[in-house]
Each structure stands twice: as structure tokens, then as C-alpha cells.
Design a protein around this ligand. Structure first.
Ligand code: SF4
Ligand code: SF4
Ligand code: FES
Length: 536
């Protein structure tokens, strides 16, 4: 630790920490544009100027973002020289700015707007004609409003240091400098939309979030991306039961400050598909919409028929790597307490392509978020045992937690499921799986779930629901509990935190885990800490 002085007051801060971050830890905001804690300092915008004691009693102007804390340092954040310099920098940065805040998509979260208000002169002495370079379509996800750019180069440094793809650079010189892609090549890498998050002004914007409601209207929900087994921490922006934007949430042990484009935009797949808002049941060979009581009666009598005719072990349960630990645990409990002692399985989706960026940010080949947690709860990581049981006739019925968007069944699995006497499925859409079922219960998407998931590295993280499931769709845990009740089994607690407590007492590796311990940054299974940060 180091003792430093700021405006004649002494503070103890971490030795070696960047001055902007150390001041932020103390609740002091040093205005800045080009500095970002996930990127190397560049010192180009000059907004963070401060006075530092260089020799005893002698202060000089320095950039805060390039200062690392050492014991005994002495700063003046609010001297007349500092305040005057800030005003000058603000006036300079606004020389060519179009001042189009009323229709800029960044309004409400724009550092230029904020710093202009707090540190600007309130007027400009620039009377010459402003430059008006045209806006540029940079790539599939990003547009550059060139006039708004303050050339802080966060975006170019992101492409150099983090994605490692180096598409962006500064072209021209002096007042004609502009951000551009080389030779008109697109900004098209797996993490490209992060540049819109870190652009401190409204210059880089995602096409997905153009002309949307103003940012102060949204409710923000902290959760976890369901796009792959990395489990990036995210914040969803939600209005009127609709997701408008996903942004990465900082977690040094998982995703740093970043997320991939596939995960960022994956909510469209779930949100834009037709939802099941009522149960379905098979009548005269056709799946038809049913009321909850009718569908529940059909499910219970179908399950009972299998158990009565073929014995307890004839009904298997299939968990889901799209479902939470608590849902998979309740499914297992339903199997054990209501169906006798059934066999368990986990339906796995074929892997995608794994990718690791220059900085170490990783997209997992497993494009589901909770394979590790589901298999911990189920004690199974494939369908092999159940398929064998169907093949040899010992399994006659299945209860399947479905729920993956665009889920397709392999011909082998589809053929096996067709042989079943009775199939109950939870799903959110009509899918290959739902189409084979005798009863389909409409469940929740990962964005509506409340519970925990375990990422590929064993980090248990919390999901928070954005809004309740639509229409007659229900939380999967509630459906499982009700089926249990109808079968004469009490599955226990209704809150995910209570179920996790039970899991902590029964499932190996989860001992001691509680909602409080997991918090908003997650906790490792078995109390371990990850060997390396994944965020880059
Ligand atoms: S586009 Fe944004 S991030 Fe890039 S240099 Fe301009 S202001 Fe900075
Ligand atoms: S790496 Fe995986 S978890 Fe992270 S944003 Fe991409 S898809 Fe989502
Ligand atoms: S934030 Fe320090 S010079 Fe830009």
C-alpha cells in the first residue's frame, strides 16, 4: 500500500495502481476519455490532466492515466491550472463536434456530454466552419458517426490489444485525422461490437441499437450469457418485456470487460422466435393446444401408465445444459422421488468452433452455458445409457427438460425417442424434440430464469430473470414441483436460493455455496480459484 496526498488530504491506496483507478476507488472521478482499464494507457486525449509534485514544492501538469501510484506522491486535482487546462481540452475536443446530442444514440451515457457539462467553458470561441466527414459503415455490426469522434483511439487499441485483429487505424493527419478500416476492409471480428461499448462518445454505435428508446428508460438486469460455456457476465437492458441490448459486465475471472458478438446478439434468436404460451398434448396423433389442467392430467396418467406397466426404472429423465443447476437438480429429484429410481441423461448439442483472442478472451466450443452444472446435478453427461435402455426395452418413457433455441435432434436420438411409449418435454418453441412429445409444457428461456449455472471452468454464477415468462408459459422449476406434487412427491423449496442450499448439502463440489457467496461475480466449485483469468 502507498500513502499519497490529493488536494492536501492523505489517502492510503494500492501501490502500483493506475492513478485514475486509485482515485475512483476513493470515490474521486478524474475526467478521462482515452483511458480504459482494460486497455494499455495511451495518454492522447489530455482530459485527465492533473498537477503532481515533481520536486519538493514544485508541481507540474501530468496525465493521470499514465501515472502508477508510488508512496509519497502528491497531487492537485482541482488547482486553477488543472481546471483551466480541462476547460481548454473540452473546448478543443468540441471544435468539430456536431453537437447533435438530441438525436445521438449515446445521449444519456456520453462522456463528452457529461464532461462538457461538468468541466467545459459553456461556450466556444471557434467561429470557422466545422468539418463534416461522412458516416461510415464499418462492418456487419458497427457504424461510425465520424463527426462525433474525438480520436481517443480506444477502438484501435481494442483491435490491436484485445481481439488482435487490427482492422482499425487513424488515417490522414492533424485536423483531418479520422478512424477508418484499412483499405475499406470491414471491421468484422468475433468481438467487434465491444468497440461501441468503449467508445466514450456516440461515434461508434451498433446497428442493433440504433434509434432505440433512450437509455434511461431501460431496466438493467445483471445475468450471464447463455451463448457458450464461458459464461460471460452481462447486463441486459429491458423495456416492456423486451430485451433491447446486451452489454458485457466486468468480471476479471471470466470475461474481463468484453463479450463476443455471437453472445451479445443471441437474445434475438430466443426473443424473435414464436413462443409456446400454452401447453400442448397429443390428441388423435396430433399435438394440440391444451389447458394446464388437461395437459397436467395427460402427463400424470401417461407417466403412471409407464411406471405401472413397466416398473419404476422404465421412466428416465433427461436434463438440459440450457437449464439452471436448480432446475436440473429438481428434475433429478423428481425422477428419484416420483418415478422410483430412474436413469438420467443429458442431451448435448454438437460443439461449435472454439476461439481465443490475442488477449486470452475465450469462446467455448460448447455453445450451451451449463453442461458442467447439469452433469454435476444429473451424474450423467450424455444420453448413452438412456438410448441403450430404449434400445433394449428397459426405458419406455422419458421426461425431458428441453429448451434450446433451434434444437435439432440427431437421426439416432429422434428414432429412439419415437419408440417411447410416453414422452414429456419442457420447451419454449415448437422444436424437433417438442414435435415428438405426448405432452409439452411451455417453459422459460435463459433470459427468464432465476438460478445458477456452472461454466466450463467450474465457476458457479447467478442468472437473474429479465421478466416473467409470457402468457401461459411457466418457470421450469414450478412445473417440475407441480408434477412432483401430482405424483405424491414434495420437491421442497420454491426459491432457487433454497434449492442451492440443498444442492450444497448433497452434490459433490457445491459444498458451502450460497447465493450470498456467489454474489454478482460467481464463486468456484469446491472453493477453488481459477488458475488464470479468462477475460484478457
Ligand atoms: S470512434 Fe470512438 S473510440 Fe474510436 S477514436 Fe473515435 S471516439 Fe475514440
Ligand atoms: S464467449 Fe460465450 S458466454 Fe461469452 S459472450 Fe460469447 S457466447 Fe456468450
Ligand atoms: S485519459 Fe489520460 S490522456 Fe486521455
Amino acid at each position: 500500500m502507498a500513502t499519497i496526498t490529493i488536494d492536501e488530504q492523505q489517502y492510503t491506496v494500492e501501490e502500483g495502481r493506475n492513478l485514475i483507478d486509485a482515485a475512483a476507488d476513493l470515490g474521486i472521478d478524474i475526467p478521462h476519455f482515452c483511458y480504459h482499464p482494460g486497455l494499455a494507457p495511451d495518454g492522447n486525449c489530455r482530459m485527465c490532466l492533473t498537477e503532481m509534485e515533481i520536486r519538493p514544492g514544485q508541481f507540474g501538469i501530468v496525465t493521470s492515466c499514465t501515472i502508477r501510484i508510488k508512496d509519497g506522491m502528491n497531487f492537485r486535482f482541482n488547482s486553477p491550472a488543472v481546471l483551466d487546462n480541462r476547460k481548454g481540452i473540452m473546448e478543443f475536443l468540441l471544435i468539430n463536434h456536431p453537437l447533435d446530442c438530441p438525436w445521438c444514440d449515446q445521449a444519456g451515457e456520453c462522456k463528452l456530454q457529461d464532461h462538457s457539462f461538468d468541466h467545459g467553458r459553456g461556450h466556444s470561441r471557434f467561429v470557422e466552419t466545422k468539418r463534416v466527414p461522412p458516416k461510415k459503415d464499418l462492418g456487419p455490426h458497427i457504424t461510425l458517426y465520424t463527426t462525433r469522434c474525438i480520436l481517443c483511439q480506444r477502438c484501435t487499441r481494442f483491435c490491436d490489444e484485445i481481439s488482435g485483429t487490427s482492422e482499425l487505424g487513424v488515417v490522414q493527419m492533424g485536423s483531418k485525422s479520422e478512424i477508418a478500416t484499412f483499405e475499406g476492409l470491414p471491421l468484422d471480428n468475433k468481438m467487434s461490437a465491444n468497440v461501441a461499448d468503449i467508445c466514450p462518445v456516440g461515434a461508434l454505435v451498433t446497428k442493433d441499437f440504433l434509434y432505440k428508446p433512450r437509455i434511461w428508460h431501460y431496466e438493467k438486469v445483471d445475468t450471464v450469457c447463455p451463448g457458450c460455456a464461458t459464461g460471460c457476465n452481462t447486463t441486459l437492458e429491458v423495456l416492456h418485456q423486451k430485451i433491447y441490448r446486451t452489454k458485457p459486465r466486468h468480471n476479471e475471472a471470466v470475461n474481463g470487460y468484453w463479450m463476443c458478438d455471437e453472445g451479445r446478439f443471441c437474445y434475438h434468436g430466443w426473443q424473435d422466435a414464436d413462443r409456446l404460451t400454452a401447453p400442448l398434448m397429443r390428441v388423435d396423433g396430433e399435438l394440440v393446444q391444451a389447458t394446464w389442467p388437461d395437459a397436467m392430467d395427460a402427463a400424470i396418467s401417461g407417466i403412471r401408465a409407464v411406471l405401472d406397466g413397466e416398473g419404476d426404472s422404465a421412466m428416465g429423465v433427461v436434463g438440459s445444459s440450457m437449464a439452471t443447476n436448480e432446475e436440473n437438480y429438481l428434475l433429478c429429484k423428481l425422477g428419484a422421488e416420483a418415478f422410483g429410481s430412474p436413469r438420467t441423461g443429458l442431451a448435448r448439442k454438437p460443439d461449435g468452433e472454439a476461439w481465443t483472442s490475442k488477449s486470452g478472451f475465450h469462446i467455448d466450443a460448447d455453445r450451451t452455458p451449463n453442461t458442467r452444472g447439469a452433469s454435476d446435478m444429473l451424474g450423467a453427461d450424455s444420453l448413452d445409457d438412456l438410448l441403450q435402455g430404449i434400445g433394449d426395452g428397459t426405458i419406455q418413457g422419458l421426461y425431458v427438460l428441453g429448451g434450446d433455441i433451434g434444437q435439432t435432434l440427431s437421426p439416432e436420438v429422434a428414432e429412439a425417442f419415437r419408440k417411447l411409449e410416453f414422452l414429456v418435454v419442457h420447451d419454449m418453441h415448437r422444436s424437433d424434440l417438442a414435435d415428438l412429445a405426448d405432452v409439452v409444457f411451455p417453459g422459460t428461456t435463459p433470459f427468464e430464469k432465476n438460478g445458477t449455472m456452472t461454466n466450463a471452468k467450474g465457476r458457479v454464477q447467478r442468472l437473474n430473470p429479465t421478466f416473467p415468462p409470457p402468457g401461459g408459459a411457466r418457470e421450469d422449476g414450478a412445473i417440475l414441483r407441480y408434477v412432483g406434487q401430482r405424483m405424491g412427491a414434495d420437491l421442497g423449496g420454491t426459491e432457487p436460493a433454497e434449492i442451492l442450499e440443498e444442492i450444497a448439502g448433497r452434490v459433490e463440489g457445491y459444498t458451502g455455496l450460497t447465493y450470498d457467496l456467489i454474489g454478482d461475480q460467481g464463486a468456484m466449485k469446491g472453493g477453488e480459484e481459477p488458475s488464470e483469468a479468462a477475460g484478457g
